[in-house]
Ligand binder design. Sequence first.
Ligand code: GDP
Ligand code: IMO
Ligand code: MG
Length: 429
Amino acid sequence: MSVTVIVGAQWGDEGKGKITHFLASDYDIVLRFQGGSNAGHTVITKGKKYKFNLLPSGILHDSCTCLLSDGMVVDTAHLIEEINTLKSEGVWFENLLLGSGANLVLPYHTLIDELEEERLAGEAIGTTRRGIGPAYADKYSRTGLLVGDLLKPDYLKKRLMGIVEYKNELIRCVYHSSKAIDFSQLYEELLTHADFLKPYIIDTVPFVRSAIKEEKAVLCEGAQGTLLDVDYGTYPYVTSSHSTTAGACLGTGISPLEISRVIGVSKAYTTRVGQGCFPTELKDEIGEQIRQRGREYGTTTGRPRRCGWLDLVLLRYAIEISGCTELALTKIDVLDGIDEIKVCVAYKHNGKIVENISVSDIELSNYEPIYQTFKGWKHSISGVQSVNELPDEFLRLTDFITQSIGIPITLLSVGEASEQTCVFRKYLE
Ligand code: GDP
Ligand code: IMO
Ligand code: MG
């Protein structure tokens, strides 16, 4: 059994890109299974920084075949831009595949995402405005276009014409906007995208099924996080895809029984971008300190991320929902020098202590966190090369977290560079 899934165990930006790149050299295939260019995954290696929105974070290893699978929504203009950036940096290995069943994100999706956010005003979701919700909505109402449709110009033309006509009506009559989509221009653009991307387009399911039969090692890189999952997140302030481990099966044709390892990724604290409840949010100096030290500004939108303490109630929930077998704990160095580190161990609700909660936005906003406080460590741990060098204060905190979540912490990230990663080998042997 050879499939590993990396999944965000919080509200995204946990460091999935870094962990994926770190592990990718042990895998034959690295794939993304959901989401689109709303993701922003950072990899820093050999002193160079890379930011990926669509490309899987294994793309820098020429030994990995990287796949954008059918569960994704793909903005082809954006994808071509990402490929060209890597080409111009001299790190393009032609190791990309693009699933023909992935849905396209088209300019009207991005426009409607923007117009809808503006319409909602104070009630807006705070989306990345990358067209994700509208593209998945079209997928499920069966009015989407697929990557494979790019290779059928006549079919594409006919369907696109009808869809654009309808979308323009919507843009004009519902949103009262004059920003109409020009069908001919869009069609021509898509034909050039088709020419560029044709060599990479494959059928996901036969590719994935033969890889598994041939016992290739497959790494599935989640985007967003379990708490942003459309079904199991803090609805309605979620993304529009399945960002839990189950999404890796739905988006690829991998069976649940073929997944042997699920690595949940969590920061040593919590962040969130966009609207929605956040019980352990810090609106004080410590929150600001964490934001500055952790450079907590969105990779995709540049928005400041909201920061707060680690929430073990939500982390346990994410670990259960995503079936995590182990945890990668990231951004530990950001807590260097903080005198007292808090973790939320339970909530108070209507005078009662609760440890299991319903994770909807409206429910969660009524719960008050109960904290356990830990003594911080004085020295910087960003240069630590092995677990033996970690301060006792830190080990007391991780022992407590491990006991509380019931799965081992196997990877520790102590800085933004790939080289600043430690493996807790005792749990892997
Ligand atoms: P992703 O969306 O889960 O891949 O995470 P992002 O890349 O959006 O955000 C994580 C940010 O934290 C990036 O800027 C990373 O370079 C950075 N990062 C990752 N791990 C660490 C770490 O252990 N320490 C520090 N200081 N930064 C980290
Ligand atoms: P990575 O993969 C953090 C959030 C947005 C918004 C909500 C819906 O880098 O962890 P969307 O554009 O998806 O319709 O926005 O989800 N969001 C993310 N937050 N990291 C991400 O991706 C995110 N992708 C979407 O801020 O609250
Ligand atoms: Mg991110």
